[in-house]
Design a protein around this ligand. Structure first.
Ligand SMILES: Nc1nc2c(ncn2[C@@H]2O[C@H](COP(=O)(O)OP(=O)(O)OP(=O)(O)O)[C@@H](O)[C@H]2O)c(=O)[nH]1
Length: 299
């Protein structure tokens, strides 16, 4: 959860506060309090939970989503819904005279309006998700596991790749795929010269460069430290090497500007690749590629 987002939602928080104050003042301003014995506590529990949960939903929305049309519509819809829930909840504590009886009549109308707004918001959310999915292509395949995302590069970590390779081995037995592991040369030296902060930036920017050069169906994950792992479905070894070479060229020509004085530093990647074999398994396949990479690096 990102609590700093609350500072960016001041208008929505004011609207929420407005609905809350209006519900309290209408309910308690127009009625008379019931005696303790007159209160139906089971209803209080049921309707209080609905009101409380609408607060919780609004809170989660505000600390999870940046400002924008979808967030506003979701929060506004929930505010209307909460307004009905509060009127319903508060009237368990109040008697209304005839002049205020309209409150009971209209209390369900805001919920209906809220549902309409939320339906619109959910449709927009769906559209937004389609756009985000397009951005996630090459970072994500078949499955979403946000706990497995590496926070420096925003790529999935090695365990996610293991699952995806396993899936390929189980479901695509008749078509070979390739696995490539890439390593940044002399990254330790870079870290020591320019610091870990710039090192993190290099990892992030190299990840972006690799992504740009991948096809839609490929998947990139962070393997460990300065190693990246690529899954290239329906791709033989020659094609995989060709693709990896193109990525290395792209990285070689990219100049990283250091934070302290803007010096240009160029980076080189080393890679190894292998393709899946009959009756292959995840760990042996990854180990083969890692061993090859170590040999290339030693050479
Ligand atoms: N900035 C930063 N550095 C990291 C991170 N993870 C690992 N490293 C560093 O990556 C470096 C990896 O060092 P090595 O495995 O010796 O790799 P290298 O210096 O590239 O050596 P060669 O692979 O032989 O070229 C170490 O300095 C680690 O501290 C990270 O998340 N951020």
């Amino acid at each position: 959860m990102n609590y700093s987002l609350l500072l960016r939602h001041q208008t929505l928080i004011s609207i929420f506060g407005g609905f809350l104050c209006l519900a309290i003042s209408l309910s308690f301003g127009l009625g008379q309090l019931k005696t303790w014995a007159e209160i139906a506590w089971l209803d209080v529990l049921g309707e209080g939970s609905v009101a409380l949960l609408s607060f919780v939903w609004i809170f989660f929305l505000l600390v999870s989503r940046p400002p924008g049309k979808v967030t506003s519509a979701l929060v506004l819809g929930l505010c209307f819904f909460m307004f009905s829930a509060l009127l319903d909840f508060f009237d368990k504590f109040e008697h209304y005279n005839n002049a205020a009886a309209f409150l009971s009549l209209i209390e369900s109308i805001p919920a209906g309006i809220g549902m309409f707004i939320m339906t619109y918001a959910l449709y927009q959310w769906h559209q937004e998700q389609l756009t985000l999915n397009r951005q996630l292509q090459r970072r994500e395949a078949h499955q979403r596991e946000h706990q497995q995302v590496d926070f420096i590069t925003s790529l999935y970590r090695a365990d996610y790749m293991r699952d995806q390779i396993d899936l390929q081995l189980r479901t695509k037995q008749d078509s070979a795929f390739s696995v490539v592991i890439m390593d940044i040369d002399n990254f330790d030296q870079f870290n020591r010269t320019y610091g870990h902060h710039d090192g993190d930036r290099v990892l992030r920017e190299v990840a972006e460069l690799i992504l740009i050069n991948l096809r839609k169906t490929d998947l990139l994950c962070r393997y460990a430290g300065d190693r990246f792992i690529l899954l290239l479905p329906d791709t033989g070894l020659d094609k995989a090497r060709e693709l990896a070479d193109e990525i290395c060229q792209a990285v070689r020509h990219w100049s990283f500007k250091t934070s302290d004085n803007g010096d240009a530093v160029f980076h080189k990647l080393t890679f190894a690749a292998d393709e899946s074999r009959n009756n292959d398994d995840v760990e042996p396949l990854i180990n083969r590629v890692n061993r090859q990479l170590d040999l290339v690096k030693q050479a």
